[in-house]
Design a protein around this ligand. Structure first.
Ligand SMILES: Nc1ncnc2c1ncn2[C@@H]1O[C@H](COP(=O)(O)OP(=O)(O)O)[C@@H](O)[C@H]1O
Ligand SMILES: [Mg+2]
Length: 271
């Protein structure tokens, strides 16, 4: 099983859109996929049409109480399951403050889970707090979605520092394995410049021994597509909501690249 966190401490860069639609696109190829919604805003949960009711158990109960992942996991689309979030997850950050080993709760719960999946994705909140640390302690790989605008690389340093720190202290398997360019405006100079900066950075990183030495920028660029912005309000992935759209086409192509990655040596090391 590959375990992948979708991470960027900036909001609005395409994390949730990528977590949901990449999961759905992999599920559509017959892979068994679980998506863990670690953001208290519950956008991934809602995007897949799951409306948390007040009495429903959620990831909050998994992280702060004795609930198992199996107890809260819900089917969303064929081959796709969601571990739903809830707004009260925002309080978990504080509630866990005094708990020893609080960064390892999700990892322990996933180890205890009997169900098997080909992919587990974690949609991270836009911060580097204890929730995100739980994600990074659990996964083997990180995908970073980037929106090519002029501050895209700003903040990347801090993100990579965090990955480095977690790799050293909590999870030696952790690797950045992919960068996804989202909301891509083909033909604009800015998109080309930012893309070249990202490629140059990753090429240079290959020399080093950092957790991002094996990272690739996916060839697939996720184009700006209004259908992708509409799909969440219909509670459906883009593959269901608008299967013929550019958005669906791009996430299917990305899923193909992600599956091909599994057989490459640099990535095999990470899993
Ligand atoms: N490729 C895209 N084209 C058009 N709108 C997009 C695209 N990707 C994301 N969006 C929209 O941009 C907003 C932010 O995306 P989201 O995935 O929620 O970011 P994050 O999870 O990083 O905060 C959402 O309203 C989403 O629907
Ligand atoms: Mg989000």
């Amino acid at each position: 099983m590959r375990r992948i966190a979708i991470l960027n401490q900036k909001g609005g860069v395409g994390k949730t859109t990528t977590a949901v639609n990449l999961s759905a696109a992999l599920a559509a190829t017959g892979q068994r996929v679980q998506l863990i919604d670690l953001d208290p805003q519950a956008h991934a949960t809602l995007h897949l049409g799951i409306e948390p009711m007040p009495d429903d158990l959620s990831l909050y109960d998994v992280l702060t109480a004795s609930a198992s992942l199996a107890e809260v996991r819900r089917p969303a689309e064929a081959n796709l399951w969601v571990v739903p979030s809830h707004i009260n997850l925002a309080a978990a950050e504080m509630e866990l403050a005094g708990v020893v080993g609080r960064e390892l709760i999700l990892s322990d719960k996933l180890s205890a889970d009997q169900e098997t999946f080909d992919y587990t994705f974690v949609d991270c909140p836009p911060s580097l707090g204890v929730l995100t640390l739980n994600a990074l302690a659990t996964v083997d790989e990180v995908f970073i979605p980037l929106q090519p605008h002029f501050l895209a690389l700003h903040g990347l340093g801090k993100l990579l520092d965090t990955i480095h720190l977690v790799a050293r202290r909590l999870n030696p398997r952790l690797r950045l394995s992919g960068v996804v360019l989202c909301m891509y405006e083909a033909g604009t100079r800015l998109a080309v410049e930012v893309t070249n900066d990202v490629l140059a950075f990753l090429a240079q990183a290959r020399e080093g021994r950092t957790p991002w030495a094996g990272a690739q920028a996916f060839q697939t660029r996720i184009r700006r597509n209004i259908r992708l912005a509409e799909a969440p309000s219909f509670g459906q992935s883009i593959l269901r909501y608008a299967p013929e759209s550019h958005g669906a086409e791009d996430y299917r192509a990305l899923a193909g690249e992600v599956r091909a990655q599994s057989s490459q040596p640099a990535i095999a090391r990470a899993s």
